[in-house]
Design a protein around this ligand. Structure first.
Ligand SMILES: Cc1cc2nc3c(=O)[nH]c(=O)nc-3n(C[C@H](O)[C@H](O)[C@H](O)COP(=O)(O)O)c2cc1C
Length: 329
């Protein structure tokens, strides 16, 4: 059978995985007011899922990793992003995600965080192509087992960068394309560049040319510094990507995929959506530290008269009730 990847319209625009930003609460809000064509969860540790569920026997309702995998039907198609350097862990976690009803699973092969790389995961995978292939195979096995479906192409995708210390598109990208993935997201920076330099969109046509030769059916998703849907549409056309992934542009702007920029949002839209997000945060993730919510306050409450004073007041709040009371909602 076909997965959702085979019928996605081009160009398509997707929500990037962003730990502690595009969490279950923010994704719910985004799906309601400006839905992307495909939604990604934050990344979740496959090893962590195994340890908490199988060894610690933590009930799912109390498991913070399971909370990160909560989603609403409105978010479909939704892809769970996982990381691990152990094929058996990826197989376990992918099977679980398929059982939870995810439309696809994405493997993180680009995260530069030291704690992730120490485990041989994220961008460290770029240095270990043989293991990267094993991980993809294991994920496919897990997804088929969990979904109990026979796919023409199993919806296991990868998100990566253009190299580790230097750009190695010609060596690294073919490794992934040879796996005939349904979709491959390329963040157009090396691991070493982190997010410190501008994304190298000029290199995208080389990725697309490799795809055309090695795996014509793989959808290529470009990522890095895209500001708006309009910008995304232009970049897709200019550089030949099938889809574009937007990350930081969603900070403070849940209307992003409805075509608005932060400047287009009225003050009342900013404040009412922040109040709604606070409510979802408490409702969906009551055990999560409210501290994490505070980065949304900084992002939403800016760019209007009195923003600094209001922000200072909101930063003192400890739950959504207090937030809504300060916002007079
Ligand atoms: C706060 C934050 C958290 C992130 N978490 C993840 C993650 O969980 N998985 C992942 O693949 N990338 C993660 N990223 C990287 C983004 O998905 C994206 O590749 C990067 O921000 C570049 O895209 P942008 O310029 O549109 O933001 C994160 C980025 C930020 C800023």
């Amino acid at each position: 059978m076909e997965s959702f990847w085979e019928s996605v319209k081009k160009p398509f625009f997707v929500l990037a995985p962003m730990a502690d930003v595009t969490d279950a609460a923010y994704r719910k809000l985004i799906a309601e007011i400006g839905k992307p064509d495909v939604t990604w969860t934050e990344f979740v540790s496959a090893d962590g899922l195994y340890h908490t569920r199988e060894l610690k026997k933590l009930p799912d309702a109390e498991n913070p990793l399971m909370r990160d995998l909560l989603y609403t039907e409105a978010e479909r198609p939704i892809v769970a992003q996982l990381f691990s350097s152990k094929p058996e862990m990826i197989e376990y976690a992918t099977k679980l995600c398929a059982e939870l009803g995810f439309d696809g699973v994405d493997i993180n092969m680009g995260c530069p965080d030291k704690s992730i790389e120490k485990q041989g995961c994220g961008a460290a995978m770029i240095k270990n192509p043989a293991l990267a292939k094993e991980i993809i195979e294991a994920a496919r096995k897990g997804f088929v087992a969990g979904s109990k479906k026979e796919y023409d192409v199993v919806p296991v995708s990868v998100k990566t960068r253009i190299g580790y210390n230097r750009e190695t598109i010609d060596e690294w990208i073919p490794v992934l394309l040879e796996m005939k993935l349904p979709a491959l997201t390329v963040h157009l920076r090396t691991r070493k560049e982190m997010s410190k330099v501008a994304a190298h969109w000029d290199l995208m046509p080389r990725v697309v040319a490799l795809r055309d030769v090695i795996s014509p059916s793989t959808l290529i998703i470009g990522n890095g510094d895209v500001k708006s849907v309009e910008d995304a549409r232009q970049k897709a056309e200019l550089f030949g990507a099938d889809g574009i992934m937007l990350g930081r542009a969603i900070f403070g702007n849940p209307y992003l995929f409805a075509g608005k920029t932060t400047e287009d949002m009225s003050t009342s839209e900013k404040l009412s959506t922040l109040g709604q997000l606070a409510e979802y945060f408490d409702e969906i993730q009551p055990a999560k530290s409210f501290h994490i919510f505070k980065k949304h306050i900084k992002a939403f409450v800016s760019g209007f008269d009195g923003a600094a004073e209001l922000r200072a007041q909101l930063m003192e709040c400890e739950n959504s009730k207090e937030i809504r009371s300060v916002l007079k909602l």
